[in-house]
Design a binder for this molecule. Structure first.
Ligand SMILES: Nc1nc2c(c(=O)[nH]1)N[C@H]1C(S)=C(S)[C@@H](COP(=O)(O)O)O[C@H]1N2
Ligand SMILES: [Mo]
Length: 532
């Protein structure tokens, strides 16, 4: 043992060496995690993924629910950072213990530490690539830390003068190694995302013309998403999304059916007569009244019922369905809502991005986002009601969405002198309105805190796909479940309160009563104080 205090009782070199060893172990921990990331990216095979699950599982349900629904991705990132730190710590500890054992049996730490890290990584992930890369990263750092220091500490212990510089050198080399591995890890790992095939940016002519139409119909308002969102929000229970392989993916129809049926990816995409492109808006029940977890995309897929008819579902006897997914998420809702359901495998003409449910997700028209199950694997037909993931946590998010008009843009088009009367400024306010399958009939804007109302300009409706229930007799009608943009331009010279409200397609005015997102979605009218 070289860490023993010298006979004269000076323990400086010993503690220095302990510190040095800890720093080297820490660097090795970083390198192990970075190595694994380089090999597999942020996938379930990443060594930090299991601890991330532990973090989520050991956080109280209420905190997880709150964090996912309100912080969304930020909450997830915090949990994930904690998991990363814990995983680095685990590998650092492993390296340190391996180092002590190596000392004890007088073998080089370089031989023991990587083996120990490999064992830990294997226990964590079971992925060979991830494991070898973690062991390799840690091994590299430990090896670097002994280069030029004589490999063992024997030389260094000879004079107490030599030790500090040697220890410093060990640490510097280890840290440099960890930096290098992390750099490579970040570079390689960020490119990984589970294997979502590339389309080379080629979008079919049909999809392109629909996307063009959406862009033509988008209002000219700075600061709001166009009719097809550029940044589509993401909400799910995972810190690390699952990576089902397209070729191994199956959807099983189980439960109260005449015959259980399994479908694979080809069964979906191969039904060319059924394939449709639908504009569909999603909105998270957990978002604030004027939140940004509401977006629209053009989705390609097939109607659920086209697929399920072969399984023989009795819609009279059965009440509901439970959807299950590769991330163990599950949601239940009435069978009636399934009738216009859609199974999507493309988003805006590209394969579904991993974060949005690759290879296949469900879209249930008009309902809150949470039953639009991503990475779907099973549809179970139920004879009795059951609770879904969020309903077990107190939410009521399986029903139709609330009507909302959001206010996201306050613009000053042109300068004050441009066309506006003396002392007044031209103002433009705008946003989106959504009422699920009820559709949006009008949006009204008040610029005096709700005393008087003016009708806003609405974007033209997005077109329906031929299979949507809104599209009858081959008539081109409005997409069944898509938002509209609204815009209102006016002049003002004093600070004032802008309020917006929508009326749905059935003539119901958006309720003014205010409630929080939990448990059934936010209600009320969005208002904003505007200074000209
Ligand atoms: N498998 C799975 N599907 C899921 C979720 C999930 O956590 N796991 N989250 C749901 C919630 S709460 C919402 S709001 C929508 C969001 O879809 P997006 O991430 O594609 O925007 O997905 C739903 N589908
Ligand atoms: Mo959600």
């Amino acid at each position: 043992m070289t860490d023993r205090p010298d006979a004269d009782g000076i323990d400086r070199p010993g503690s220095r060496s302990l510190l040095a060893s800890s720093l080297v172990a820490g660097a090795a921990g970083v390198a192990a995690v970075a190595g694994s990331y380089a090999a597999v990216g942020r996938t379930p095979a990443f060594v930090a993924a299991p601890l991330s699950e532990v973090v989520v599982a050991s956080t109280p349900d209420a905190v997880v629910a709150w964090s996912i629904q309100t912080l969304g991705s930020v909450g997830g990132q915090l949990g994930f950072l904690l998991a990363l730190a814990l995983t680095v710590g685990l590998f650092a500890l492993t390296t340190a213990v391996a180092g002590l054992l190596a000392d004890r049996f007088a073998v080089p730490a370089v031989a023991v530490a990587p083996v120990a890290c490999v064992a830990v990584a294997l226990a964590l992930t079971g992925s060979v690539a991830s494991t070898l890369a973690a062991g390799g990263g840690a091994g590299l750092v430990v090896a670097l830390s002994s280069v030029g220091t004589g490999g063992t500490d024997e030389e260094a212990v000879e004079t107490s003068d030599a030790r500090p510089s040697s220890a410093r050198r060990r640490v510097l080399q280890a840290v440099a190694g960890a930096f290098a591995v992390s750099g490579v890890g970040a570079l390689l790992g960020s490119g990984e995302g589970g294997e979502v095939p590339e389309t080379g940016g080629e979008v079919s002519a049909g999809v392109q013309s629909l996307l063009d139409e959406a862009s033509d119909k988008s209002l000219d308002v700075e600061g709001i998403e166009p009719l097809v969102s550029e940044q589509f929000y993401q909400v799910d229970i995972n810190n690390v999304d699952p990576t089902p392989e397209r070729d191994e993916w199956t959807l099983s129809v189980t439960g109260a059916v005449e015959e259980q049926a399994d479908f694979d990816y080809e069964d979906l995409t191969g039904r060319s007569e059924s394939v449709e492109h639908r504009f569909v808006t999603l909105r998270c029940v957990g978002e604030g009244l004027n939140g940004k977890k509401m977006d629209t995309a053009l989705w390609t897929g097939v109607p659920v019922m086209d697929l399920l008819d072969s399984a023989g579902i009795d819609t009279g006897e059965n009440c509901c369905v439970m959807f299950r997914a590769a991330d163990d998420y599950f949601e239940e809702f009435p069978l009636s809502a399934l009738e216009n359901g859609f199974l999507a495998f493309e988003m805006n003409g590209e394969p579904l991005p991993r974060g949005h449910g690759y290879p296949v997700r469900a879209l249930i028209p008009g309902h809150w986002g949470e039953i639009n199950v991503k990475w779907i694997t099973e549809i179970e037909v139920l004879e009795e009601e059951a609770k879904g993931y969020w309903e077990k946590r107190g939410w009521h998010g399986t029903g139709p969405v609330n009507t909302v008009a959001k206010l996201h843009a306050v613009n000053r088009p042109g300068d004050a002198t441009d066309g506006s009367s003396a002392g007044a400024t031209t103002l433009q306010v705008g946003g989106h309105a959504y009422a699920g399958t009820r559709g949006v009939r009008k949006v009204e804007v008040s610029t005096d805190g709700g005393d008087s109302w003016n009708e806003a300009t609405l974007s033209e409706p997005l077109p329906a796909s031929p299979g949507e229930s809104g599209a009858e007799n081959g008539q081109q009608s409005a997409a069944e479940d898509a938002w509209r943009q609204w815009e209102y331009t006016y002049e003002a010279s004093d600070a004032h309160e802008v309020v917006v409200r929508a009326t749905d397609g059935e003539g119901n005015l958006q309720p003014s009563e205010e409630s929080k997102p939990f448990p059934s979605g936010a209600t009320g009218w969005v208002s904003k104080r505007v200074e000209p």
